[in-house]
Design a protein around this ligand. Structure first.
Ligand code: RNT
Ligand code: ZN
Length: 420
């Protein structure tokens, strides 16, 4: 290992020269919560006492041994991963991760089924986010909130209502706002003749959920769109236009857009959408993921788009207004490694973005000096010394420098995961 302190001193001097206080940046980055999705640990299975696999156009592929098969294991794995993810974290729980000795259907879930998650979060001093599970259920095969069948729709509205109540319970237990993400898989393999009807029903269902729970406190609601799902290739009820229209037409603070980085056409990027959305909304929920071909949920990479998203948030001055959550599931590698890699990349991209002289760039732009603007944007994108700051930050937090975390995760695999 090289001399991390020396690297930090050098970086500090460099950044001082361009008007950046490294310690302030580290603090701001560290205090930005990242919401870690629980579902990477067990391939989105959850703990319902029922048979049946994943559905709704999402899929995990791979058969890597050692996945969590009960809540205790999942929480232990999350704790293991968290050791190597520096900074404030929340945990994002899905409704199908309830805990009950007997089967509880989705429209009957209650705070008590999530008490252990809340106890654990309180003990760890972290916040919890939540997600209705509008998929992987016999009643989700022909649509959920947009289904033609009145009873099916009512069932899912009931689920949405229960989820908002559980969100409030999480808020009350942890003292931290619970961000709920509503994603429905509803769609069609072929292009339907009636594309409007399902959308009007989805709109009506969301209205019913929010109306029935209008007194719920401490909850934010992201509405997540998607371009397509497996088996639902031609039509998605909750398209981008629908979700954006819904959020903007409601015009209330708690209903916001969820932008999932894997949910757009291949040449569309979320980094280019943020400025437009923030012209009309105070907050955004971000699902940081990585699309590859048909899959929207590969492990987050330290790639151009992840960096561009963080740069955009910094330049917009919206880091604190954006709920940053991860969303990917990979069953082909050690699941803890998947979490660590994806969340470290997310955090690192944020740090690198914060280490850029945004004020100077904005000044060049305001002065009409477009050449200087391009020169600066390119110069600082490389993040000359950002890695030195990252290593120092990880060392300070005891989160492991470089690949130090890998040995420990491998050891845990040998001693714990491989024995499951
Ligand atoms: C699916 C959505 C959604 C899910 C989770 C499990 O395409 O991105 O957010 O990944 O609800
Ligand atoms: Zn998502």
């Amino acid at each position: 290992m090289y001399d991390i302190q020396k690297g930090y001193e050098l970086a500090k001097e460099y950044y001082k020269g361009i008007g950046i206080d490294v310690d302030e940046v580290i603090k701001a980055c560290d205090e930005t919560p990242l919401s870690m999705h629980c579902w990477q640990g067990d391939d989105v299975n959850g703990f319902e006492k029922k048979e049946g696999g994943l559905s709704g156009g999402i899929q995990t592929t791979g058969n890597y041994p050692g996945k969590a098969t009960n809540p205790e294991q999942l929480r232990a794995d999350i704790e293991m991963a968290m050791k190597f993810i520096p900074g404030v974290k929340k945990v994002n729980v899905h409704a199908n991760y309830l805990e009950s000795d007997t089967f509880v259907d989705r429209n009957e879930i209650e705070p008590k089924h999530f008490e252990k998650w809340a106890d654990w979060a309180v003990e760890k001093g972290i916040g919890l986010d939540f997600n209705p599970t509008y998929f992987a259920h016999p009643k989700s095969d022909n649509g959920t909130l947009s289904a033609l069948d009145d009873e099916v729709r009512a069932f899912w509205v009931g689920h949405g209502i229960r989820c908002r109540q559980i969100g409030e319970y999480f808020y009350k237990r942890t003292g931290k706002v619970c961000v709920i993400n509503h994603w429905t898989p509803d769609g069609d393999k072929e292009f339907p003749v009636d594309t409007l009807g399902p959308r009007l029903r989805l709109k009506d269902s969301y209205d019913k959920i929010f109306e029935a729970t209008k007194d719920v406190e401490g909850v934010m609601d992201g509405i997540e769109s998607k371009v397509f799902g497996i088996g639902l290739e031609s039509y998605t009820v909750g398209s981008h236009e629908f979700c954006m229209g819904y959020v903007m037409s409601k015009g209330v603070d708690h209903i916001i857009m969820t932008l999932d980085t894997g949910h757009y056409h291949p040449t569309e990027v979320v980094s280019a959408k943020l400025g437009g959305v923030y012209a009309f909304s105070n907050n955004v929920l971000l699902h940081v993921s990585r699309p590859v071909r048909w899959d929207s949920d590969h492990v987050v990479a330290y790639d151009d788009e992840t960096k561009s998203i963080m740069e955009e948030l910094v330049r917009l001055g919206k880091v604190q207004d954006t709920y940053i959550a991860t969303d990917f599931f990979d069953a082909s590698i050690n699941r803890i490694a998947a979490w660590v890699i994806g969340l470290r990349n997310t955090r690192k991209a944020l740090l690198a973005a914060m280490l850029q002289p945004v004020e100077a760039m904005k000044a060049a732009e305001a002065a009409g000096d477009v050449s200087a603007r391009l020169a600066m944007v390119q110069e600082y994108k490389a993040g000359a010394m950002a890695n030195l700051v990252w290593d120092y930050y990880c060392a300070q937090k005891g989160a492991g420098v470089g690949l130090e975390w890998l040995d420990e995760v491998k050891k845990y695999e040998e001693e714990v995961l491989s024995k499951r």
